[in-house]
Design a protein around this ligand. Structure first.
Ligand SMILES: Nc1nc2c(c(=O)[nH]1)N=C([C@H](O)[C@H](O)COP(=O)(O)OP(=O)(O)OP(=O)(O)O)CN2
Ligand SMILES: [Zn+2]
Length: 132
């Protein structure tokens, strides 16, 4: 299997509803996002998934949140915009695209850093034991 990894980032504001501390107040982060895609079948150029396409799609999702109040964007009108929920949101958005654009490949995980010292990886159910 090949694993391709690309990164992007966005700057945005959020607050955590019902959080018992300072994160209940509006504040901002630079979120770093890492996308890992896996598959086995290379095309005639020796490419699994074009890095350009991967970065374009990841940037699209980042741009939809960039310089916004995340709590005012779907699905975070009701879901708390935690790093956990953001990583799953990126996973679901990018999986929907990959299934159509590059069938046979999978999103292995999405990692979201809220700060250089704190990150979450969303790994789909069933793949937990396969990701080091
Ligand atoms: N498991 C999670 N815990 C927390 C999350 C989260 O998404 N998942 N989010 C927050 C807040 O967003 C908060 O902004 C982070 O707070 P904190 O860890 O205190 O980090 P700081 O950026 O303020 O860093 P300092 O170490 O205080 O400089 C909280 N928890
Ligand atoms: Zn925060």
């Amino acid at each position: 299997m090949y694993e391709l990894i690309v990164q992007s980032h966005f700057d945005a504001a959020h607050f955590l509803r019902d959080y018992p501390g300072k994160c209940a107040n509006v504040h901002g982060h630079t979120w770093q996002v890492e996308l890992a895609v896996g598959g086995t079948q290379l095309d005639s150029l020796g490419i699994l998934v074009d890095f350009y396409q991967l970065k374009t799609q990841l940037n699209k999702v980042c741009d939809s949140l960039d310089h916004r109040m995340i709590n005012e964007q779907e699905p975070f009108l009701t879901q708390n915009p935690t790093a956990e929920n953001l990583s799953r949101y990126f996973y679901e958005s990018l999986t929907a695209w990959l299934k159509t654009a590059y069938p046979g490949n999978v999103v292995r995980y999405v990692r979201v850093w809220e700060s250089p010292k704190a990150s979450v990886r969303y790994i789909p159910e069933g793949a937990e034991g396969l990701i080091p």
